[in-house]
Design a protein around this ligand. Structure first.
Ligand SMILES: NC(=O)c1ccc[n+]([C@@H]2O[C@H](COP(=O)([O-])OP(=O)(O)OC[C@H]3O[C@@H](n4cnc5c(N)ncnc54)[C@H](O)[C@@H]3O)[C@@H](O)[C@H]2O)c1
Length: 267
């Protein structure tokens, strides 16, 4: 997600610093930004000079210490784990960003804000995969988020050419709660042998005009990511969000979807 978010802000002419401790991820981030920019040039929606400028605006670093303090916005996009996110956000706050955002798909913004010294400038900015082409940003307003921060987030979303929905901080927000409910049920249907993976997806694509079936979407998002969200939602909303055994087994087996080459589909 970090690479996609970097791309959209680079495209909107912001200087972007991506921080990731993993060298391989930093390299793949730059490759991905270049690849998406190249594709946009080929499709004729981006000039090659603009593409060069865009890629030059995105730099990667191994730690927060390498970037200049007081950025306009700092978006946290570490894995979906409360403790990891809390540590990353506390570190991010030491840079005194005007606005601090989390890309969490399901963790409460108010609970992530609990240890922050400036919770009023903290907000959820939930981008969707792939961020360079998905038009939505779900803005999640925590208990202590100021109206100024919410307004600035909305403004930034407009500047990067996306559409925002604003939701109160509640488990799974609007998008993950609905998306996970459908995804988990589709996985249970695979386990129950109701239909093939392809046909379950086609049911939603053709019958309900979803652009992508719930199983392909699970592959794209990452089975590990969806498992993490399901566990968080089960804790907050009850057993209807308990992850099916098939999902747990596939993650344990390393079948994480597109990023590992195999999930419900082969990639
Ligand atoms: N995958 C999706 O489709 C999707 C969509 C919307 C939101 N999200 C959310 O975005 C977040 C990231 O998801 P992802 O799929 O990109 O996960 P990912 O596991 O692919 O990437 C997370 C990255 O964070 C890095 N990281 C770990 N600790 C760090 C730290 N302390 N500082 C900086 N970087 C650190 C890891 O090296 C890794 O490269 C999660 O909260 C997830 O719920 C994911």
């Amino acid at each position: 997600m970090g690479a996609g978010i970097a791309y959209v802000f680079g495209l909107a002419k912001f200087e972007v610093d991506v921080v990731d401790p993993a060298e391989a991820t930093r390299e793949s981030c730059l490759r991905l930004v270049q690849h998406v920019a190249d594709r946009a040039v080929k499709r004729g929606v981006l000039g090659s000079a603009d593409s060069n400028l865009l890629t030059q605006r995105v730099s990667t670093h191994s730690s927060l210490g390498a970037i200049s303090p007081k950025p306009l916005l700092l978006v946290e996009a570490v894995p979906e784990d409360f403790d990891l996110k809390t540590v990353a956000l506390l570190g991010a706050e030491t840079l005194h960003p005007t606005m601090l955002a989390s890309n969490t798909s399901s963790i409460s913004i108010s609970s992530l804000a609990a240890k922050l010294t400036r919770p009023e400038s903290f907000i959820g900015m939930h981008f969707f995969n792939p961020a360079w082409s998905n038009p939505l940003v779900e803005i999640v307003v925590g208990e202590k988020t100021s109206t100024q921060t919410a307004a600035s987030a909305q403004q930034l979303v407009n500047i990067i050419g996306k559409d925002a929905i604003t939701v109160e901080d509640s488990p799974g927000f609007a998008t993950s709660r609905l998306g996970i409910a459908l995804g988990l049920e589709a996985i249970r249907m695979v386990s129950d042998g109701v239909a093939s993976v392809a046909d379950i997806d086609r049911a939603m694509e053709l019958g309900y005009r979803h652009p992508m079936g719930p199983l392909r979407l699970t592959d794209l998002v990452g089975l590990d990511v969806r498992l993490g969200i399901a566990r968080n939602l089960a804790q907050a909303l009850g057993s209807r969000f308990e992850p099916p055994q098939l999902l747990i087994d596939m993650v344990a087996n390393g079948d994480l979807g597109k990023k590992s080459g195999k999930g419900f589909f082969d990639w």
